[in-house]
Design a protein around this ligand. Structure first.
Ligand code: NOJ
Length: 747
């Protein structure tokens, strides 16, 4: 009898909150969360909806608050962010355990690309197109972070970004929706592991919901003006992929979309995310974004901002304190029904139960495990592997690379050669008690590789920024003594990341002039470009003999770069974002429409959709990247040339490694819907496969095309495949299409 009442209760909870059909275990958790909810006062409920910053570091404008501990003791805080290390986290949790209901805090942190062991920045990792490796990178980050007391990471950022001026382009997976969705899924799986509740799993957070990456002009926090179709087709799918991977939380975003701030956007949060997608985790605001609706001009004060956010489905307020200050009054005034608050609290409590924090609030506070995992010898090895998979070989004139072991003298020049922390890139974690000595600088990496066999000469040459050329003479001097020059230049890591948008994305300072001076010696120069975004470097692209885009590769950068320079690893990365020729081409992306007057070639540009002073094509296109081997594509086979909606086409192609080195090719499948009810992109990535081939070896790989791959959102926003002719393109990049065929989808 008791059981029946319980079931009825649960069913009503489940229906009221439109939660998906759940397992017995999830039912139990829902029941537990509901029973805690029933014991809570309104103030305690509102408390669960607050997230405060720890005083240690800040990743936004800080609110000084000396009463934090008291508020926690009173049950008025649900979560802390920017609090790291088992001892500090334990101390805060002990305070929470003094509250009336002893509801544990959850501890969040931006663990974006590693905790102590720093992996390449996400944009770099995305160039590996290696989903398993990306998942592993997130897994290791979660293992270390959870060992250091954390149970929530504000990652992955799954915003599609087509504007390299935007500083946060470094934090995502580039410009493409298909690749971005696959990576979003892999990262969530990596962070969350087998399931929440395992001691080495953390909650992931798909952010920033939504379309933050489409900020006008690439200016951070700027407005987004976007059609519904573009939103659904390009910007939302990676979020859907994260939801499909069972991501525990979402973060809304700073920007407005067509005038409605995401934080107060009911359509996004309540209708799409919690309604249509049946997301049963919780949504956290971005830092202060609830209160920022006053600046947006959509709320007169904190009272209205809180009303807008909670109504729209934002469950937790990160640092704006609008909920703490206004929700009780909003309830008293009858503006916010208590069940709206209950829903948010229920969602948060469920996650606390799933994490196992009610059973043991100190579950993640084992100092021994912290020490062990932060020094786990497997982690640097995985970071090195991920780093070498992320390096993109952009140019290799006359096969200058790989370098030979027989080289007698190398001049290693540039402002980044001996840098340590720079290699970690933006959004690294400053781990308490850990200095930078574990990071492998580029200099150290090269030294490890060449040992005593090759003489290494060093000169800084110049700074990253500024006009000072005093170091040129010394650099030129050592270049003259060397057999080959390696020049390491780029941005400072602080030049990308949040609030780091730039209107000028050229290589800063006099670094390209330094390259010119070095080339004037007649020596061959390999350039390493370190950056968090695609930069513009036309002089380097035209003149250096070899270029490796090394992004920010993390704590094992030096060894990984040496691996690639000497061919211990054959570079296999492919760009996940277009590299413009000029900032004037931005936004630039491969999957554009044909337009009514397509640009035919660079020479016939008049009265076509082109620039009068520049090609419409990027310097390096999406999908581009070289290796030390060459691959031949042959024997394209299709099982059918005509299918119906429920049928599939099997496509196969033979890839042969015609080079001297074993290597890996990323075979890319693009489709084009030749005639649609609305214009369709000239090509869209719909599948890819990485294939490892020994020198001389051939393999036949296959893909499946079904109507899902042919579908798009029509004018009525219906997702469907329209009958007609399609073009199939198989290539080594979005421009290097090796084979083409057409096929038909029948009525
Ligand atoms: C603001 C950023 O936009 C967000 O991505 C991050 O998670 C929070 N700050 C917390 O640091």
């Amino acid at each position: 009898m008791k059981k029946t009442i319980l079931n009825i209760l649960l069913i009503s909870v489940v229906t009221a909150f439109s939660v998906k059909v759940v397992s017995a275990q999830e039912n139990l958790i829902a029941h537990k969360a509901d029973s805690v909810l029933k014991m809570m006062t309104l103030d305690e409920k509102i408390g669960q909806l607050n997230q405060y910053n720890d005083d240690w570091t800040a990743t936004g404008p800080v609110t000084i608050d000396s009463t934090k501990a008291i508020q926690i003791k009173e049950g008025k805080v649900g979560s802390l962010l920017n609090c790291k290390g088992t001892s500090r986290i334990r101390r805060w949790q002990e305070i929470a355990m003094q509250s009336r209901l002893k509801i544990p805090l959850i501890f969040g942190q931006d663990v974006i690309h590693g905790y102590k062991t720093t992996f390449p920045i996400p944009l770099a990792e995305s160039c590996s197109w290696d989903l398993e490796a990306i998942e592993l990178s997130a897994r290791i980050a979660a293992t270390e972070a959870s060992a250091a007391g954390l149970n929530w990471t504000f990652a992955p950022m799954v915003d599609i970004a087509r504007d390299p001026r935007w500083g946060r382009v470094m934090e995502g997976a580039g410009e493409d929706t298909y690749l971005g969705s696959k990576i979003a899924y892999a990262r969530v799986k990596g962070f969350q592991g087998k399931k929440l509740g395992e001691v080495n799993s953390v909650m992931a957070c798909a952010k920033h919901f939504a379309a933050y990456g489409a900020a006008i002009g690439g200016r951070d926090y700027n407005s987004v003006d976007i059609s519904d179709r573009l939103l659904w087709e390009t910007y939302l799918p990676p979020f859907k992929a994260a939801a499909d991977a069972n991501v525990a939380t979402f973060m809304n975003s700073f920007n407005d979309i067509n005038g409605v701030p995401s934080t107060g956007n009911k359509y996004l949060q309540r209708d799409i995310l919690k309604g249509k997608w049946k997301f049963d985790g919780f949504v956290v605001s971005d830092w202060g974004s609830v209160g920022e609706m006053i600046n947006h001009g959509t709320a007169k004060n904190g009272y209205e901002a809180a009303l807008s956010a909670i109504t729209a489905g934002c469950d937790m307020d990160m640092e704006s304190r609008s909920y703490t200050k206004n929700l009780a009054q909003l309830v008293a005034d009858g503006k916010v029904p208590v069940n709206l608050i209950d829903e948010s609290v229920f969602r948060i409590l469920k996650k606390k139960f799933e994490l196992g924090l009610f059973d043991d609030p100190y579950k993640f506070c084992n100092a021994e495990r912290e020490k062990r995992e932060l020094n786990n010898p497997d982690h640097p090895a995985a970071a090195r592997e991920m780093a070498r998979k992320s390096i993109v070989l952009l140019k290799n004139e006359n096969n200058l690379l790989p370098l030979s072991d027989k080289i007698k003298t190398i001049a290693f020049i540039g402002p980044l050669v001996k840098a340590m922390n720079q290699n970690k890139g933006s959004w690294d974690v400053d781990v308490p008690g850990v200095d930078s000595s574990y990071i492998v600088s580029q200099w150290e990496g090269l030294k490890h590789r060449v040992g005593n066999k090759t003489k290494l000469l060093y000169a800084k040459g110049c700074d990253i920024k500024g006009n000072n050329k005093e170091g040129f003479a010394e650099a030129v001097n050592i270049a003259k003594q060397a057999d080959v020059v390696i020049l390491s230049i780029g941005e400072e890591r602080e030049m990308t990341g949040e609030a780091k948008s730039r209107s000028n994305i050229n290589i800063p300072g006099v670094q390209e002039e330094l390259l010119k001076a070095l080339l004037a010696t007649g020596k061959k120069v390999v350039v390493l470009i370190n950056a968090g975004r695609p930069l513009v470097f036309n002089y380097t692209a035209g003149n250096a003999q070899a270029i490796l885009y090394t992004w920010w590769l993390g704590s094992e950068a030096g060894d990984a770069i040496a691996d690639v320079l000497f061919g211990d690893y054959n570079p296999s990365a492919r760009l996940s974002i277009s590299f413009p020729l000029s900032v004037g081409q931005i936004p630039i992306y491969y999957s554009h429409f044909n337009t009514g007057r397509p640009a035919l070639t660079d020479d016939t540009r008049f009265y076509t959709s082109s620039y009068n002073d520049l090609s419409i094509y990027p310097r390096y296109e999406f999908g581009y990247g070289l290796g030390y081997s060459a691959f031949k594509y042959s024997n394209l086979q299709m099982s059918k040339k005509k299918i119906h909606h429920n049928e599939q086409i099997e496509v196969s192609v033979t890839i042969t490694n015609t080079g001297k080195y074993d290597g890996e090719e990323t075979v890319q499948l693009y489709l084009r819907d030749l005639v649609g009810s609305i214009a369709r992109p000239v090509e869209e990535l719909k599948d890819f496969k990485k294939v490892k081939l020994q020198a001389g070896q051939s393999k036949t790989i296959s893909f499946t095309i079904d109507s899902e791959k042919l579908s798009f959102y029509n004018q009525q926003l219906q997702w469907l495949a329209e009958p007609g002719e399609f073009e199939l393109m198989i290539g080594a990049s979005s421009r290097d299409i090796r084979m083409k065929e057409t096929f038909e989808l029948a009525d």
